[in-house]
Write a new protein. Sequence first.
Length: 242
Amino acid sequence: MSSTPSESSLVELRRYTLHPGQRDTLIDLFDREFVETQEAVGMHVIGQFRDLDDDQRFVWLRGFADMARRRAGLEAFYGGPVWHAHRDAANATMVDSNDVFLLRPAWPGAGIDNPTSGRLAIGSATPPGLVDASVFPLRAPASDDLLRLCREVLSPVLRQGGARRIGWYVSEARPNDFPRLPVREGEPVLVGLALFDHLTAFEAFARSGAWARDAQPALAPWLARPAESHRLVPTARSALHA
């Protein structure tokens, strides 16, 4: 598919469940060892986050130019020396790393992976921002009418509520061709990402009731079950932050 400059044509939403007390251990390792080394083989580490509502949850987003370069990048990284050196330490923090959706931007320009602020250096303070990430399980693959709803109703509600950047993604229908890393296939979803300046800004939006009043009823007919939502704060080296 066509895409805007710097927009990844494919994105993995990866949600890991970790052993108690191990999230900071994984984040320190990830931010130090797994950012530039993945990008050196053609992948884009869009953002990595702590889930405010689950201290055993680590969420991150990884982008690819296309399916062929996704496979090549994954083969290079997971077959390379950096993962080999640190995989045991990383895997020791994890209960489950298979809660993964392979996605594509819902329309050209719908992605959120073109950072406006840049990635901070190792040792930097945690940057500001909160990402409201919602996974909407769908009855059927996203239709043109649903995407029109995203553009004309859902996005305006978020912008008026203070979201400074918004991204929309839908399931990639092509099969995962790197089975070493499973993804959830055959489960159509719509994923919305809204970046707020800080937690207080998001809480003000939530208190306003605008989403429940103006967005949720319009979205409900497409949903197979209730949305899964996460309040995510960036790690020190997340490229996606306020």
